[in-house]
Design a protein around this ligand. Structure first.
Ligand code: ZN
Length: 288
C-alpha cells in the first residue's frame, strides 16, 4: 500500500504521464497550429482575391467611362461663320455671340433676356463686358480734348415704355393724330421691347457741356472716325434710316466688338445689313 501511495505521490513533472501528455500536446499543437494557419491564410487569400476582383471591376468601369468620355463627341462650340462676298471681303465671326445680338422692330428682345450691368456714370449702366472698351474710348476722346459724357445707357422695359408713352403724348399735343404720333415715336424712341438700349450694349454720347450731338459737331466726326477702334459703331446713320427703321441718331453708339465694328465701318454696313450677310452665309437664323 505504502509503495503504491509513494508511487502515486511521485512528482508529475518528469513522470511518464507528464512525458506522455507532453508528447500528446506537442502532437496536437503540431496538427492544430498548421491547420489553424492554413485556415487563416485560406480565408485571407479569399478576402484578397475578392478585393482584387472588386478593384479589377472598378478599374474596368473607370476605363469604360474614360473611353466613353474620349469617344463621345465634344459639346459643339458655336460654329464661326465665314462671311465672304466679292463686295465685302471676308470676316470670321461667331454669329451667336452676345456682341452681335440684333434688336429692332422685327427682332424684339426675348422677355427672358438678362444682362449683368455695371454703372459707368452715376445712373448710367452698361453690360459689364463692354465697360472697359467704353472707358478706353472716352479716355481717348478726352486726350483729344473732347469731353464726352453718357446721357443714356441701359434702359429697362419699364423705362422704355415710359419714354415711348411720353414721346407719343408730346407728339399728339403737337397736333399729330394717334397713328402719326405712334409711327413717329417708333422711329424716334423704338417700341418697348425693340430698343437696343435694353441690351446694355448701347450708349448715347454727347459733349458734357452741351448734352447734345449733331452732325456739325467735331465730337461727332471724331466718334464716327474712331469709335470702331473700341468696338462701337454709330448705329443709326443718316443714309440708312430706310434699313434701320430709326431716325438718324449721331449720339447712339452700339457695341459689336472690335472685329465686326471695323468690318462694318470699312464696308459702310449697318447691323441689319450685316445680319443679312450672316444669313446668306448660313450663320444667322432665318426668320420663319
Ligand atoms: Zn440711343
Amino acid at each position: 500500500m505504502n509503495k503504491r501511495k509513494n508511487s502515486r505521490r511521485k512528482p508529475y513533472f518528469g513522470s511518464v504521464r507528464f512525458f506522455r501528455h507532453l508528447i500528446l500536446t506537442t502532437i496536437a499543437l503540431l496538427i492544430l497550429i498548421p491547420t489553424g494557419l492554413a485556415v487563416f491564410f485560406k480565408a485571407e487569400n479569399n478576402r484578397l482575391a475578392k478585393e482584387r476582383y472588386r478593384l479589377y471591376n472598378e478599374n474596368k468601369e473607370l476605363r469604360t467611362q474614360a473611353d466613353e468620355v474620349k469617344n463621345s463627341k465634344p459639346i459643339p462650340e458655336p460654329e464661326p461663320v465665314q462671311v465672304s462676298s466679292s463686295q465685302y471681303g471676308e470676316i470670321l465671326v461667331d454669329a451667336s455671340s452676345w456682341e452681335l445680338i440684333l434688336v429692332n422692330d422685327t427682332h424684339p428682345l426675348s422677355p427672358s433676356f438678362q444682362v449683368d450691368l455695371v454703372e459707368v456714370q452715376p445712373g448710367q449702366s452698361v453690360d459689364e463686358r463692354i465697360a472697359g472698351d467704353l472707358e478706353d474710348m472716352l479716355s481717348a476722346a478726352e486726350a483729344e480734348g473732347y469731353h464726352l459724357g453718357i446721357y443714356s445707357a441701359h434702359r429697362d422695359l419699364k423705362r422704355q415704355q415710359s419714354l415711348f408713352n411720353e414721346c407719343l403724348r408730346r407728339l399728339q399735343e403737337e397736333g399729330l393724330d394717334y397713328q402719326q404720333a405712334f409711327y413717329e415715336s417708333k422711329a424716334r424712341v423704338a417700341l418697348p421691347g425693340t430698343s437696343e438700349h435694353q441690351t446694355g450694349l448701347v450708349v448715347d454720347i454727347a459733349p458734357k457741356a452741351y448734352f447734345y450731338l449733331d452732325e456739325n459737331r467735331e465730337e461727332t466726326a471724331w466718334l464716327a472716325e474712331n469709335s470702331y477702334r473700341f468696338g462701337f459703331i454709330a448705329r443709326y446713320p443718316e443714309d440708312k434710316e430706310h434699313i434701320t427703321g430709326i431716325r438718324y441718331e449721331p449720339e447712339h453708339f452700339r457695341y459689336v466688338g472690335k472685329t465686326v465694328a471695323k468690318f462694318l465701318v470699312e464696308n459702310d454696313l449697318v447691323l441689319e445689313e450685316f445680319y443679312a450677310l450672316l444669313q446668306d452665309n448660313g450663320g444667322a437664323e432665318k426668320p420663319e
